[in-house]
Design a protein. Sequence first.
Length: 408
Amino acid sequence: MQILPRQPEINIGTAGHVDHGKSTIVDTITGVWTSAHSEELRRGITIKVGYADTAFYKCSCDSPSNFSTKEACDNCKHKGELQRVISFVDVPGHESLMTNMLSGAALIDGAVLIIAANEEVPQPQTREHLLALQMLGIKQIVIAQNKVDLIPRKDIINNYKKIKAFVKGTVAENAPIIPLSAQHGLNIDALIMSIEDNIKTPKKDEQSSPSLQVLRSFDINRPGSSVNKLVGGVLGGSLFKGIFEVGDEIEIRPGYVNKKNGKYQPIFSKISSLSTSAGLMEKVYPSGLIGLGTELDPSLTKSDSLVGSVVGHPDALPTTYNEIDLEVELFDVAIGSPSLLKVEKIKKNESLRLNVGTAVTAGTVSHIKNNIITINLRRPITAEEKSRLAISRRIGERWRLIGVGVIS
């Protein structure tokens, strides 16, 4: 793995339809194929949220060829100036994996929306991803018009016009559209320049108590390892605020199910190591993928069992909810449904799925008053007051986005 000059300072998501080249674009820029899971390789799609980090450099060549991910320019041979270290978050594009997409999108500061030039605009998942970005408050967007090598110039221009019509009135209305071919590396420098110009690093809160949302959790011990060589469980995610240091005491909520009473209880541990793409660190700051080594029994972290948890200092985490009141705003149509079905009002006793941060839960509506609904949750969530949640309803065989809720 490439060791970068410093910890990534911004998370940029790649969103869009399953076949439009998201992972290929990330691979062309970073040299990392994010779909490395065996099932992903077999099916040729992103299933789990993938991360790939890189550094952007700027040399003395003419724009946009002066932007690259290499410190030494291939053309002018001069050493480029480091601009930023970026963490790309490659989210699944397949409609059945929308839960994973929302979990990944919850961690990003900006996005590259990928739309293929050789297909009709918009595809259902393109529409769904754009609305998800808008719903989550992602305003910094660059559009990559991929696969321009596959069609004539006049069709590229027609496709461009359809993209402009599609994003009109959305958060991406003024987003630049960069024609490119990820497969052939065409215009990747222009995409990097556009990212640098249009997706700025937001100010990070390093003063507050730390809060990390868990996107992955692992047992990194190999089968058959001797007891004296076992290491504790590892948590992967992004730090939203605050600073973590090796040796910090931590609390993980909502935690795990106590088999005696069937209730969730917090987990307490200590940070034994911190790693980023810049290597092992003694201290980490908000943004970028962080691997947080702990003293936990690895059986607690294996197979992503703590995904959706929030990690912080003991007694400093936000509220854990078993029942939640939401101020709801419903969409006109169910997003992702090919026929654009009208969204009916939420009903008492209806089952809904909720995404908040990296957490996914489901629950039953127990009370409705005007636009405020109360939901009894099957799995508790830990979230800040006024957090925004994605609300999905079962339509046919899929969960479809029908609205957004704010914890009230």
